[in-house]
Design a protein around this ligand. Structure first.
Ligand code: SF4
Length: 146
């Protein structure tokens, strides 16, 4: 199995730790979850030069990489504080869903998961009703497999 370069792995670990702190989220309690996602981000850095979310399927990665919406931290994280990769979660390992619109898959999977640090994160919350990836138009997504 291919491995990312150490330089991009280090870069992504640094970024992820910094963003978790800034957004008031934490790493998943199962380290392998975080390691898998960070590795996926680093692989995309090697391949595309951008930290494209590793938990979606893209028909055209190069085209997607030119858009901002799935660049980590993606629109869903910046607007709703929701990370479907489980990279940025609460201490109990659940992703925050309380700001998601009704009917979003995150709400359907996890129910309403409250934000323990509402004063942090959501830099783009003003876009809450105008997210650039409307329901039904997102790439296929999945939680990381271990
Ligand atoms: S869902 Fe968003 S915040 Fe989470 S790893 Fe993917 S791009 Fe990053």
């Amino acid at each position: 199995m291919a491995e990312p370069t150490q330089v991009n792995l280090d870069k992504m670990w640094k970024y992820v730790k910094g963003f978790a702190e800034k957004s008031g989220t934490t790493m998943h309690p199962t380290p392998a979850v975080t390691e898998a996602v960070v590795k996926g981000l680093a692989m995309h850095m090697d391949e595309l030069g951008k930290p494209l979310c590793p938990c979606n399927f893209y028909k055209d990665k190069q085209a997607e990489a030119k858009l901002r919406r799935w660049m980590c931290a993606c629109d869903e994280m910046q607007i709703y504080k929701y990370c479907h990769c489980l990279l940025f979660v609460r201490e109990d390992g659940l992703p925050i869903t309380e700001y998601l619109p009704e009917g979003h898959e995150g709400r359907e999977i996890y129910g309403t998961v409250t934000d323990p640090t509402p004063d942090k994160g959501r830099a783009l919350k003003h876009k809450a009703l105008a997210v650039s990836t409307p329901l039904g138009e997102t790439p296929e997504s999945s939680t990381p497999t271990l």
